[in-house]
Design a protein around this ligand. Structure first.
Ligand code: ADP
Ligand code: ADP
Ligand code: SF4
Ligand code: SF4
Length: 590
């Protein structure tokens, strides 16, 4: 079968005046006299003909700025639904919302989720890959006559497919002026109170949006979306900044949006939540910023397992050469571990909140997961270790340098990634690139300004800035937010490798159970009443920590037979009751 060629140029990185058209001079097809690589009308950028390109792979290797990607596909996905231009990103197929159902989308960042959404919401008329003519709905409807998308495009064209969107980056809502209840009542005065109560944000109703925490903003964003009268609700990453209990509450709320006339599309990278929430799944695969494909729809369990396996069954396309597994982690060499820090029993206060901590200790070469709800004192604990807070009872003689990645990462204006990392990374981390810089895919970001990065890019830079310092103790607060599944696994592996390869101990606060399972050697469990009082147990074994957390939440989790991934049991199901009786909420006893 003939190979289909995709040639994409990142025009932000193409500078022919600096390379003197190197790709054009070296392309073997050009050298044989054909115009495979040409110059655009104004002679400032290269253009590659996908018809003439033989996919030899020379130009991506020799371009000094890494601007070119060439892909040889052995599967023909047909014409794209939309292409942003010659040698630009293209998307094949679309997710199909189903009335009365939550349809989940799982995939890599940069494979076209936002593009698909812009098409479904009528903001973008797709050009079907035809760059010569102005796109119209008539052409699109004609193309899909007799197919599932025909009805969808007919309603989009007649403006009958109203879409309400919960955006990915809820932090931006903090810039909206006004109090929570004012903003929500303006959208829907009748239902605002009810929705605030359902999401548990009635207590912050009188606050300005700019004063809210990330979790509160997430729930206000969900409320604002739900209050709109729409046919399709598109919920992009509802999990960020929410603890596990809140994730489950929000899942129930999202399902409550369904009626026989309405549908929900959810994009989410916390696979335990996506599994719990969805009735069906589309995989989104391809290569970020190059091409994206939306798979046909699958039952939830099968869809998530296919995604982890890296295989789009109906399209017969392997999009990853290895399965993703969050279950098989390297074991830690405990002989390397030396005492790092011990603390006495102490009590510390922050405003009206009190944290009680029993004596405990940490060693070097440890990766410790921190579990517990928001507002329970996790940051307070670490700030006390760093000497930033003084206990009201109990001495804390040892102070230790701590590097900290906060939950909300803000971009410093007028600073490039390179400048930030040069200021933060130790000499060792700058030299040993394979430990941190390469696995987090940072080199391609060096030149970019921090305030132009996407949420996921900024997150990776912030993780590197904290992990790469000289500090022996690192706290990463919600490192998984805005990262796709592949990136979560990569970050978890990077943390484990750093802990192995240096003397560091890394504390990780996160609410993605699969991620925590993989990243942690042991767990610290925070319990109590958020905002009022908290206490700390541990470090505990994975078994005691996970079972302790889930028994507090009253949920049980089984493992998928094929992938061993955790799946939440339906409350009251046979498995749920069995596991509760045996006190095995997640981990079975050894
Ligand atoms: P996702 O939401 O999955 O991260 P997007 O749909 O936003 O992906 O974008 C996919 C790719 O399309 C991006 O990586 C970008 O390279 C490209 N892209 C998005 N918008 C445009 C545009 N207006 N012009 C050219 N390329 C674009
Ligand atoms: P977590 O990291 O578990 O989300 P924190 O340690 O940040 O929780 O905060 C615990 C509680 O302490 C918060 O709910 C808040 O009520 C209170 N708190 C935190 N910082 C301050 C402060 N600077 N002033 C007053 N109260 C605070
Ligand atoms: Fe030069 Fe690379 Fe642009 Fe080709 S794509 S002209 S090699 S910068
Ligand atoms: Fe030319 Fe295509 Fe080879 Fe690039 S990959 S050098 S465009 S034939």
């Amino acid at each position: 079968m003939s190979l289909k060629r995709i040639a994409v140029i990142d025009y932000d990185k193409c500078y022919p005046d600096k390379c003197n058209w190197l790709c054009q001079r070296k392309c073997p097809v050009n050298r044989s006299g054909q115009d495979c690589i040409t110059q655009d009308n104004v002679k400032t950028k290269a253009v590659i003909s996908e018809e003439l390109c033989t996919g030899c792979g020379i130009c991506p290797r020799i371009c000094p700025f890494g601007a070119i990607t060439i892909i040889n596909l052995d599967v023909d996905f047909g014409d794209p639904i939309h292409s942003y231009g010659i040698n630009s990103f293209r998307l094949h197929k679309l997710p199909i919302p189903m009335n009365g159902k939550v349809t989940g989308m799982v995939g890599r960042n940069g494979t076209g989720k936002t593009t698909a959404l812009a098409i479904l919401s009528g903001q973008l008329i797709p050009n079907l890959g035809n760059l010569e003519e102005t796109p119209t709905y008539e052409k699109v409807i004609e193309k899909y006559r007799g197919k599932e998308l025909f009805n969808i495009f007919t309603s989009i064209a007649h403006k009958k497919n109203s879409v309400a969107v919960k955006p990915q980056m809820v932090e931006k809502m903090g810039q909206i002026p006004g109090k929570v209840y004012e903003v929500l009542r303006k959208i829907n005065p009748q239902k605002a109170e009810h929705v605030m109560r359902e999401l548990g944000i009635e207590k912050v109703a009188q606050r300005e949006l700019s004063q809210l925490s990330g979790g509160e903003l997430q729930k206000v964003a969900l409320a604002a979306t739900a209050l709109k009268d729409a046919h399709t609700y598109f919920i992009d990453e509802p999990s960020s900044y929410l603890d596990i209990r809140e994730r489950l509450r929000v899942a129930g709320f999202i399902r409550g949006l369904l009626t026989s006339e309405k549908n929900v599309l959810v994009a989410e990278h916390d696979l335990v939540l996506l599994d719990y929430l969805s009735d069906a799944i589309h995989l989104m695969f391809g290569q970020p910023a190059v091409f994206g494909v939306v798979s046909s729809v699958h039952p939830t369990r099968e869809g998530i397992n296919l995604y982890l396996e890296g295989y789009a069954k109906d399209e017969n396309y392997r999009f990853r050469d290895h399965p993703l597994t969050f279950m098989e982690k390297s074991s830690r060499n405990i002989q390397k571990q030396q005492p790092l820090l011990h603390w006495p029993t102490f009590r510390v206060k922050q405003g009206d909140f009190t944290l009680n901590v029993n004596a405990g200790k940490l060693h070097t070469h440890q990766s410790i997961g921190i579990l517990g709800p928001n507002g329970i004192g996790k940051t307070t604990f670490v700030k006390t270790m760093a000497g930033l807070l003084t206990p009201i009872e109990g001495p804390l003689p040892q102070r230790i340098p701590v590097a900290y990645k906060p939950q909300y990462v803000e971009a410093i204006p007028n600073m490039s990634v390179d400048e930030l990392l040069r200021g933060k990374l130790s000499e060792e981390m700058r030299q040993t690139k394979h430990l941190l810089i390469e696995p987090l895919h940072l080199p391609s970001l060096y030149e970019k300004q921090l305030d132009t990065l996407s949420g996921g890019e900024l997150q990776r830079v912030a993780i590197a800035a904290a992990l790469g310092t000289d500090a022996p103790l690192v706290l990463l607060d919600e490192p998984s937010a805005m990262l796709d599944v592949e990136q979560r696994l990569q970050v978890a592996k990077t943390i484990r490798n750093i802990v192995d390869g240096t003397e560091k101990t890394v504390l990780v606060v996160d609410h993605d159970l699969m991620f925590m399972d993989y990243v942690s050697d042991q767990l610290l469990l925070f319990e109590g009443e958020p905002g009022v009082k908290g206490s700390v147990r541990g470090p505990l074994s994975m078994e005691d920590g996970m079972n302790g957390l889930l028994s507090q939440l009253g949920i049980t989790v089984r493992r998928d037979q094929n992938t061993r991934r955790p799946r939440i049991n339906k409350p009251g199901s046979v498995k749920d009751l069995e596991q509760k009786r045996a006190n095995e909420y997640y981990y079975t006893k050894a």
